[in-house]
Design a protein around this ligand. Structure first.
Ligand code: IPE
Ligand code: IPE
Ligand code: MG
Length: 240
């Protein structure tokens, strides 16, 4: 967390927003936008792996998304179930290691088994880590980490919380992208994005293609990450 920026982010996090509007513009049902969103994610995973990204973390379903119409929620659950069967063999071949991040207790037993199986099937992969945040909320994550420490009788320090968080298996995101034009966090990685570079794209998620990803990467490469230091200090470290 204290190293200055490299040209390429090691960890990219994405709020994949805009599926519903994508569908609405085409007079299609919202679920058709989510289906197209899965296609966009597939393309994005491949592009990130090809560019040498180490970790990709995507927001697929938030704790608050349960408040959507019942038809959309069940459609999203069904889509996730189908994606597990359809996409996991390809991810396995592509060297992608899957992790599901979120409150699994709130999901059906069938879904919980599916997620665990997908993780087990890709556990030996090492090319890129893909974290899919599903029934995830940043506040849930902080609270569950604190509860773990309390249960163990451990003092609540930053380092201890860090180790108890749901994304403890990866470094913090270097770059956080949100598509769909909104400029907010929507309860995504509240703890882990303390020093992430933020990038907002007006593209709707189904339209976020390789060229759009490269624009985000170019924007990231042009930034100076200071982590609280002065620009002069950062330049000195970079010069060795
Ligand atoms: C993001 O797209 C995907 C999920 C929240 C599951 P939206 O469904 O939020 O799309 P918009 O924001 O309504 O266009
Ligand atoms: C954030 O998008 C959640 C996901 C992309 C899964 P939302 O569309 O739910 O966020 P708000 O409601 O516009 O803040
Ligand atoms: Mg949205």
């Amino acid at each position: 967390m204290t190293s200055p920026s490299a040209a390429m982010p090691h960890h990219i996090a994405i709020v994949m927003d805009g599926n519903g509007r994508w569908a609405k513009r085409r007079l299609m049902p919202r679920i058709a936008g989510h289906r197209q969103g899965v296609e966009s994610l597939r393309r994005c995973i491949r592009a990130c792996a090809e560019r040498g990204v180490g970790v990709l973390t995507v927001f697929a379903f938030s704790s608050e998304n349960w408040n959507r119409p019942e038809e959309e929620v069940s459609g999203l659950m069904e889509l996730m179930g189908k994606a597990l069967t359809r996409e996991v063999p390809e991810l396995r071949k592509g060297g992608i290691r899957l992790h599901f991040v979120g409150d699994r207790g709130g999901l059906s037993e069938r879904m919980q088994r599916g997620l665990a199986q997908a993780e087990a099937d890709t556990a030996d992969n090492g090319r890129m880590v893909l974290n899919v945040c599903f029934n995830y909320g940043g506040r849930w994550d902080i609270a569950q980490a604190a509860s773990k420490l309390v249960a163990r009788g451990e003092p609540i320090t930053e380092a201890a919380l860090d180790r108890a968080m749901a994304l403890a298996h990866v470094a913090d995101p270097d770059l956080l992208i949100r598509t769909g034009g909104e400029q907010r966090i929507s309860n995504f990685l509240l703890w882990q994005c303390a020093y992430s570079e933020l990038y907002f794209s007006d593209r709707l998620w189904p339209d976020f293609d390789e060229a759009a990803l490269d624009e985000a990467l170019a924007s990231y490469a042009a930034r100076e990450r200071r982590f609280g230091q002065t620009s002069e200090q950062v330049a000195r470290v970079a010069a060795g």
